[in-house]
Design a protein around this ligand. Structure first.
Ligand SMILES: [Zn+2]
Length: 224
């Protein structure tokens, strides 16, 4: 882990570009995802980063106050979270895939997963559909490829969406599970979705929900 990773102030809302925020909560300092020190190296300190949340006054999106360059999380180190390490997820993604299949898909449709990790969900679609995964973590994508699931080690951007649609055509289904909250440029991401999706295509995403939308939450009231 590079000890010189710097945080960047997230000055404008990731969704609406407003610069007016409520403070929400400061959860202190934490290491990057699953980047914990081995017991024998306990006297050395890994870099830790602030998890401080704020809420946009205009669109109400809850987001980090300080962010880290995504290259430092997914590209410059090995990403340490593999979905298949969580045994209960296999069944969950199986049922989720069956539901999407019944509702939206016909044989040979193109299904694209953004943030496909090690292909745990995408493999449920492999028999009847064309599948493609996109994930910036190269070490994780290598594991997906081992399962013979096509995947590209890239961030999903508007630019990448053009490259995919040129080679693979447009997708009937694009889905993204728990990765949108990691994105700094939501507008570019959504332009890419619009570009890659068929006219009657469907985009499904799974994301954390901040209850009390539109209301000043209790935590904020305590901190302001
Ligand atoms: Zn906003």
């Amino acid at each position: 882990m590079n000890a010189k990773i710097k945080t960047i102030n997230n000055k404008c809302c990731r969704m609406c570009e407003s610069d007016k925020f409520f403070k929400v909560i400061n959860l202190g300092y934490h290491p990057l995802v699953n980047s914990l020190i081995e017991k024998k190296k306990i006297k050395f300190k890994d870099p830790v980063f602030p998890i401080e949340l704020k809420q946009c006054k205009k669109c109400k999106l809850v987001q980090l106050t300080k962010i880290i360059d995504a290259e430092e999380i997914y590209k410059n180190v090995d990403y340490l979270y593999f979905s298949s390490d969580m045994p209960s997820l296999k069944k969950y993604f199986k049922n989720y895939s069956l539901d999407l299949e019944k509702r939206f898909l016909k044989k040979n449709d193109l299904v694209v997963e953004i943030g496909c990790n090690d292909g745990i969900m995408l493999e449920n679609f492999r028999r009847k559909y064309q599948i493609l995964g996109v994930d910036p973590a190269t070490n994780v994508v290598l594991r997906t490829l081992k399962k013979k699931i096509p995947a590209i080690p890239e961030f999903f951007t508007n630019n990448i969406s053009y490259k995919i649609s040129k080679e693979w055509g447009q997708a009937k289904l694009i889905y993204a599970n728990n990765c949108i909250a990691h994105l700094n440029d939501l507008r570019d991401f959504m332009s890419g979705i619009t570009n890659l999706l068929q006219k009657k295509g469907v985009f499904v995403f799974e994301c954390n929900y901040w209850g009390g939308y539109g209301k000043k939450c209790k935590l904020f009231s305590n901190l302001s």
